[in-house]
Ligand binder design. Structure first.
Ligand code: UTP
Length: 308
């Protein structure tokens, strides 16, 4: 019988070079999206999907991630004496979100390498991998569905989204058997092949691997065999390709609601969408955006700015 997925590995040891200079002295996973660091959304998504054991892969300069999920007694005392009960609960609850563990990846040798350092902690359990800079604005629907697919089929599952062909070279790309292609429905598909960052003209499809995975421990043996690939990094995609030699791998195709906050544009998109969803901020923020558009002559485009 397939084991329940109760453990998640969150790689957060990358250098975040696409978001410099903001990430020179702080982890990109700690960039605030509205009022929470990105990685807190990821941890909350895991907890909502039924995961209670979380391993965060950290590295040099990532201490603030550990501090964020730890108790902060001085701050708690201050909030208590000032009678700021609501904020006090928010700060205290953070330390109780889940059972969070940390292991350091000595050198950022690639996402595959980051996952391989989780081996001892994971042991012989199935587990999820959730990229620490990927936000899902979806109440954990994708992760829950991926875990359910794993529990049904027993195979590894990768999250997939159809992207424009010009963009596929930024992602892992899966060749899939997809009878429901074009329906737009979230669905489970069979992965036939997978390749990291292909040239758009040579990509086998436009199905891009997004930052959520469910694995069985077999991934560790595959990672042992992987040699440095694209960018000289140990690529997780290359290990998944090896898994396909010995058994099935499934994809879970979803539509939207995913943001890579390591990219400046996606970071802005995530901030706007999440701010608009907030009960306390959504109304005034929407009013601001509408006002901004009106002031720019009815458009938000850069050209509109010139007309005002
Ligand atoms: P990215 O490729 O987006 O992270 O990896 P990066 O290398 O920090 O990004 P840029 O290109 O320099 O801006 C996806 C996730 O994998 C983690 C990152 O922290 C991120 O959450 N990662 C990546 C590791 O933990 N270790 C690595 O060696 C590489």
């Amino acid at each position: 019988m397939t084991q329940v997925v109760s453990c998640a590995v969150i790689p957060a040891a990358g250098l975040g070079t696409r978001f410099l200079p903001a990430t020179k002295a702080q982890p990109k996973e700690m960039l605030p999206v509205v009022d929470k660091p990105a990685i807190q959304y990821v941890v909350e998504e895991a907890v909502r999907a039924g995961i209670d054991d979380i391993l965060i892969i950290t590295g040099r300069g990532k201490r603030s991630i550990e501090d964020h999920f730890d108790r902060q007694f001085e701050l708690e005392y201050f909030l208590e004496t000032k009678g700021k009960e609501k904020m006090l609960t928010t700060v205290r609850d953070l330390a109780d979100l889940a059972d969070i563990h940390y292991v350091r990846q000595g050198e950022p040798l690639g996402l595959g390498h980051a996952v391989s350092v989780a081996r001892k902690h994971v042991g012989d359990r199935p587990f999820a991998v959730m990229l620490g800079d990927d936000l899902m604005v979806d109440e954990s629907r994708v992760l829950k569905a991926m875990i359910a697919a794993h529990e049904t089929h027993g195979s590894p599952v990768v999250a997939l989204r159809d992207v424009p062909r010009a963009d596929i070279g930024s992602y892992g790309c899966a060749d899939v058997d997809d009878p429901d292609e074009g329906t737009g429905r979230p669905r489970v598909v069979a992965v036939r092949g997978i390749v990291e960052k292909p040239h758009p003209a040579e990509a086998p499809s436009t199905m891009a691997v997004m930052g959520r995975y469910v694995f069985t421990p077999e991934i560790f043996a595959a990672l042992d065999e992987v040699r440095p690939g694209v960018g000289g990094e140990i690529q997780l995609t290359d290990a998944i390709a090896l898994l396909l030699d010995t058994g099935p791998v499934n994809g879970y195709v979803f539509d939207d609601g995913r943001y890579d906050i390591g990219s400046k544009l996606d970071y802005l998109r995530a901030t706007v969408e999440l701010a608009l969803q907030r009960d306390d901020l959504g109304g005034p923020f929407a009013a601001f955006l509408e006002d901004l558009m009106a002031r720019r002559g009815g458009t938000l485009s850069a050209a509109g700015a010139d007309r005002t």
